[in-house]
Design a protein around this ligand. Structure first.
Ligand SMILES: [Zn+2]
Length: 356
């Protein structure tokens, strides 16, 4: 009897333990599901995977044109995209200043607050990021951007009009092998809770996270392999945005003189002044677009994964400058073996006469 009773007790205890374990794990997984559901509801995550690789350098096949007002200066300007020979890189030409060349490279970054500006020998060019994002994502290595003003026109606030220009222009392959900037060691830059890092990878991938305390924004994250198709599908149409409360202070700083409801989304305290949005997470997508436009200043296509956490133009361009300043962090490769002239990269990048 006592033996049976002990066995019975053990069995019951076991049953009880199993019951509690199941109950606990059920409630635990129910709780986890609730968290996931909650996160899904308040957090947009856009992911796309699409491998793009190209062995040869490219340029555009023919010229294309656009014109419009600059977002910050309000100055009206004309843009012409023109084909360029191999090893030219992306080069702005101020046609109003005797074709003065400003290479889209880290060492020409001038002033970065609400837009990225380039400056060389005192000649300024503002708000380059949307046009550069389109060119860089389309895999165009060599191009002249002729412009007769101090600022790239904002057009509709997105990169879509620039994508249309590039579609009109078409892409032409050149006979020279493409060179990539391959990251060998990680580099991170941070400022308070904002940070950005670049890490080794065999492709060009970005992850961009934003968090704005606004009912329409909140946390948004974009992760993607950067290429023509992914950029066109996911980011190109995402427009720039500002908060209505910031408009007067920005104007007082001499900024957004060309801003209007046609070229920027304006966020009110709890909504949007000029809807509808093009994507529910248009804000996060636009920040990823800005990030790619600033990374174009690396001067070569990247083989890297870049992660930006609440970063902005200042951190993006700091990362590029610090990266280029430390040749131990990267190498130049044609996709396979590293080229021996890595250390001569910065000088090699300056426009040189090329056969093609
Ligand atoms: Zn932007």
């Amino acid at each position: 009897m006592p033996v049976i009773s002990r066995e019975e007790t053990r069995r019951k205890r076991q049953m009880l333990r199993k019951y509690h374990t199941r109950l606990h794990s059920d409630s635990n997984s129910a709780y986890k599901l609730l968290i996931i559901k909650h996160k899904l509801m308040r957090r947009w995550r856009t992911t796309c995977y699409n491998h793009v690789g190209e062995m040869f350098q490219t340029t555009i096949a023919r010229e294309s044109f656009a014109e419009g007002v600059g977002l910050h200066t309000g100055v009206y300007g004309h843009v012409r995209l023109a084909p360029a020979p191999a090893e030219t890189g992306i080069v702005f030409r101020r046609v109003d200043l005797d074709n003065f060349h400003i290479e889209a490279q880290g060492q020409n970054v001038a002033r970065v607050s609400y837009a990225t500006s380039l400056m060389k020998q005192g000649v300024l060019l503002s708000t380059t990021e949307h046009l550069l994002a389109a060119i860089y994502s389309c895999g165009i290595d060599n191009i002249y951007i002729d412009i007769d003003s101090i600022e790239v026109p904002i057009l509709d606030g997105s990169a879509e009009p620039f994508m249309q220009m590039l579609e009109q222009s078409g892409i032409r392959k050149l006979r020279r092998r493409r060179r990539y900037l391959k990251i060998l060691k990680p580099l991170e830059v941070s400022e308070g809770d904002r940070r950005i890092g670049i890490y080794p990878a065999d492709e060009f991938r970005v992850r961009c996270y934003v968090d704005f305390p606004h009912p329409l924004v909140g946390q948004q994250e974009v992760e993607m392999l950067v290429g023509l198709d992914t950029f066109r599908q996911l980011l190109a149409r995402a427009r720039t945005f500002c908060f209505q409360r910031d408009i007067d202070p920005l104007k007082a700083m001499g900024l957004i003189r060309g801003g209007s409801l046609e070229n920027a989304i304006v966020l009110t305290a709890d909504g949007v002044l000029n809807g509808p949005l093009r994507f529910p997470d248009e804000f996060g997508r636009h920040k990823a677009l800005d990030l790619i436009g600033d990374l174009a200043l690396a001067g070569l296509p990247l083989l890297a994964c870049v992660e930006a956490h609440k970063a902005g133009h200042a951190l993006h361009t700091q990362l590029v400058s610090r990266l280029l300043a430390d040749p131990s962090l990267w190498t130049i490769t044609t996709g396979g073996a590293a080229l021996p002239e890595s250390e001569a990269y910065l000088t090699a990048l300056s426009p040189a006469p090329a056969a093609d």
